[in-house]
Design a protein around this ligand. Structure first.
Ligand code: AQP
Length: 344
């Protein structure tokens, strides 16, 4: 039995274009988990500035993600919903963890390699350090469970390594300060469901991403019914009909992705979906997918728009969440200071 009380933490960057991948891979799980855990959901604006952001757009995007959380069903009273930059302890702990993490660990992170591209020397220091800040986001609350999409698996493993090394490096001080054998839990990634990696609608081998230059690669939560229909109809497919069994999706990334999206939106398995659509051509299947996507997403989009318009309400939710988050973060940061040997 873990000595740590169970707590869920997860974050979404305020970089705009919140898409179906973020929704199915992360936010749907956030909503489910609030039934059985104390949850903290954070708009991670400090992460957003690891690549250049327009300051006015950044504020709007932070409010938009918060509105999306609430529109999707996250209750900000029952859970803690806040934006990262209002709780300075995230950055404070990140510094301590920077001195625990090893450069070699960060150099292995595939997301940095992908995002920095060929011009690595010119990437921001923050982009390289992103996973350490992510470890701090989780560990400042001593969170035990972290729902994320598949792309974040490596970062979660790094967070566990950092927590473990901190616990080892400071084991004597941790015990002396009355925290027993370990101060940080090793956070468990929660990655499951039919849509842990939603792929681009233009290329079934690339993940659906906010930063893809083509808006046709993704369904945004802000898209209206016409935009959803256009994007699904233009989605890349192959010339064959849909198979009747899941094995038949092998080597057909675009078909696999569309079936996965249908399965996730309808709450079915891919096998069930193929049971219904096996043998159908893509145009029939795409029409059904449009109907389903619009039925599921339109109410969320409407609600999100209404919530976002009430800036005072959204800012109030984030301020209240930050105050509650800060109370936990401050206590844990003080403990870290005692463990590390800082006077306070
Ligand atoms: N395509 C995806 N399929 C499933 N889950 C996904 N997530 C992101 N893309 C997919 C999950 O959504 C959560 C929030 O992601 P984020 O905004 O913090 O960062 P990200 O992974 O960098 O999102 P993007 O869209 O891919 O942005 P860019 O284009 O900037 O790289 C996370 O739990 C993530 O796993």
């Amino acid at each position: 039995m873990s000595p740590f009380p169970q707590r869920v933490f997860s974050g979404v960057q305020s970089t705009g274009n919140l898409h179906l991948g973020n929704y199915l891979g992360a936010i749907v799980r956030f909503v489910e988990l609030q039934k059985s855990f104390d949850c903290m959901y954070c708009v991670v604006d400090l992460h957003a500035i690891t690549v250049p952001q327009d300051p006015i757009a950044l504020k709007a995007n932070t409010r938009e993600i918060a509105a999306a959380f609430i529109a999707c069903g996250i209750d900000p009273k029952q859970n803690i919903v806040f934006n990262q930059s209002q709780v300075p302890e995230h950055a404070e702990l990140a510094w301590v963890l920077n001195c625990v993490a090893r450069i070699g660990w960060l150099n292995r992170m595939t997301q940095f390699k992908d995002k920095a591209g060929k011009d690595r020397e010119n990437a921001s220091m923050g982009l390289l350090d992103y996973p350490v800040l992510m470890a701090a986001d989780i560990l400042i609350y001593r969170a035990t469970h972290v729902p994320v999409g598949d792309d974040q698996k490596q970062h979660l493993e790094l967070a566990r390594d950092i927590a473990q090394k901190f616990n080892n490096d400071f084991s004597e001080s941790i015990a002396r300060n009355g925290f027993g054998e370990a101060f940080f839990p090793l956070p468990e990634p929660l990655i499951s469901g039919p849509a842990t990696r939603v792929m681009s609608l233009r290329d079934g081998t690339k993940k659906m991403s906010k930063s893809d230059a083509s808006d046709y690669s993704r369904i945004n939560l802000s898209d209206d019914a016409d935009q959803i229909a256009q994007k699904v109809k233009k989605a890349k497919t192959d010339p064959d009909a849909l198979p009747s069994e899941e094995k038949g999706l092998e080597g057909r990334p675009e078909a696999d992705n569309l079936v996965g999206i249908y399965a996730a939106l309808s709450g079915q398995s891919k096998t069930d979906v193929l049971g219904e659509f096996g043998g159908a051509n893509f145009s029939n299947f795409k029409s059904a997918l449009v109907d389903l996507a619009v039925a599921k997403l339109a109410p969320i989009t409407d609600k999100m728009r209404r919530i976002r318009e009430d800036e005072t309400y959204v800012d109030g939710v984030l301020r209240d969440g930050a105050e509650r988050a800060r109370a936990i973060a401050r206590e844990n940061m003080n403990a870290v200071k005692d463990i590390v040997g800082f006077l306070r």
